[in-house]
Design a protein around this ligand. Structure first.
Ligand code: ZN
Ligand code: ZN
Length: 418
């Protein structure tokens, strides 16, 4: 077996929040029944974490990067490369990678950014788009692949490309599909102009293919919204990240539900373990995820696990749904409490960011966290939540501090000095 305790980071995506009027001013975490999370807080050391720094709202990608010990302000190049890697596209140096949405548009006006949250048929749609671009665009290879639900990824591979271009996604419905343009600082750059032109050509021709595709005809016949346009955004070049095992001298695994974070794990050379019944939705099989963590813990020194569902309720502004998702996280953590050897395991419980239902987006609020297990010095906090964790002895840390604190408890850190 390995030296030191097994280190586990267990995150409910977007689990933290703000007071909700319909819950009598409690947050979803405070109002939900969370016996296992409370047990972690009671036996552990609690506090707050700012993924990057106080007040800065982060995405799931930058949030996870920081918690894994990679400073996003130094290494982040955009979400596109992680999405593309996560769906299985081989992203090479020089490639431009975009995150995409399958979207519904009518007369070039966006009617639903997520195409009615489409769940089926996107593989056929993506295959048709890929086929149409078999010869590329102006000597640039085009690789397009579906991800979970309405998500997809696009990679452009070729010479004279530049990532300094705008998103083809206004992030709202009821407006026209915008054109891709060079960013102001690159407005005179020929490669940026050419990249924008290629992106627009991709969007335009993909729209023609998707408009009349049988999957969309079938959807419309059934009263569903057609996924008739693809909107690329979040462009980035491949980031230069040292492998997790080299940086932290730990064998690392990841059990996560979204391709964005899975892609980060693949970039870091972590073992990304799939759980077939983990859907990334409200119907996810949290017990199978928890069982996988226990299983994977036997062969790894470090595991990061994320259950996506709480973030969805936050984005939908649905407090009941978010509480139900938090209950799922609680079930999974309860299984870990019962099935891991806590004399040789240390846990960090938390989230990658807050997604308050009152905001319906990620906020820059500090995240309630708790460390639990081997070596931890318990404080007096009795429940896991926003108000309770404010009284914990961890006080307020940054995402970058998490891995050192875990390593200290686990006994895997080397002394700084002699
Ligand atoms: Zn997240
Ligand atoms: Zn989110």
């Amino acid at each position: 077996m390995h030296e030191g305790s097994t280190q586990i980071i267990f995150l409910g995506d977007g689990m933290g929040g703000r007071p909700v009027p319909s819950l009598g001013g409690q947050t979803c975490l405070e109002a939900a029944a969370t016996p296992a999370l409370d047990k972690v807080a009671q036996g552990g050391e609690c506090g707050y974490m700012d993924p990057v720094s106080p007040g800065v709202a982060v995405g799931s990608d930058t949030g996870h990067m920081a918690i894994l010990g990679y400073d996003p302000s130094e290494y982040y190049t955009g979400r596109g490369p992680f999405e593309a890697k996560g769906v299985g596209i081989d992203v090479r140096p020089g490639d431009l990678a975009f995150r995409c949405n399958f979207t519904t548009a009518e007369d070039n006006v966006i009617t639903d950014r997520r195409a009615g949250r489409i769940t089926e048929g996107t593989a056929q749609l993506a295959a048709a788009v890929n086929e149409a671009f078999r010869d590329g665009i102006q000597g640039v290879d085009v690789i397009f692949k579906e991800s979970v639900a309405h998500r997809a990824a696009l990679v452009l591979r070729g010479k004279d490309l530049d990532p300094r271009v705008t998103d083809v996604d206004p992030h709202e419905a009821g407006v026209e599909v915008p054109l891709c343009e060079p960013l102001p600082e690159a407005s005179n750059n020929a490669a940026a102009q050419r990249t924008a032109w290629i992106v627009n050509e991709f969007v335009h021709r993909a729209h023609e293919i998707l408009q009349d595709h049988p999957v969309n005809q079938e959807r419309q016949a059934q009263g569903a919204l057609p996924a008739n346009i693809v909107l690329p955004r979040g462009v980035g070049t491949a980031p230069d990240l040292s492998p997790f095992s080299e940086r932290h001298n730990l064998s690392g695994a990841m059990i996560v539900e979204v391709d964005l974070v899975r892609g980060l794990g693949l970039y870091l050379g972590m073992d990304v373990v799939a759980v077939p019944t983990a859907t990334g939705g409200m119907d996810t099989d949290e017990m199978a995820i928890a069982q996988a963590v226990v299983e994977v813990a036997r062969g790894h020194e470090f595991i990061l696990c994320n259950i996506k569902a709480p973030d969805l309720g936050g984005h939908d502004g649905n407090a009941e749904q978010k509480m139900a998702a938090i209950a799922k996280v609680d079930h999974a953590v309860g299984y870990l409490l019962d099935n891991l050897d806590w004399d040789s395991t240390v846990l960090m419980l938390g989230a990658d960011h807050c997604t308050p239902v009152t905001l319906q987006d990620h906020s820059g609020d500090a995240i309630p966290i708790a460390f639990y297990g081997h070596g931890v010095r318990p404080d007096n906090v009795q429940t896991y939540g926003e108000r309770a964790c404010a009284h914990g002895s961890v006080h307020r840390i940054r995402g970058l501090d998490v891995i050192n604190i875990l390593g200290n408890y686990a006994g895997t850190l080397h002394k700084f000095g002699s």
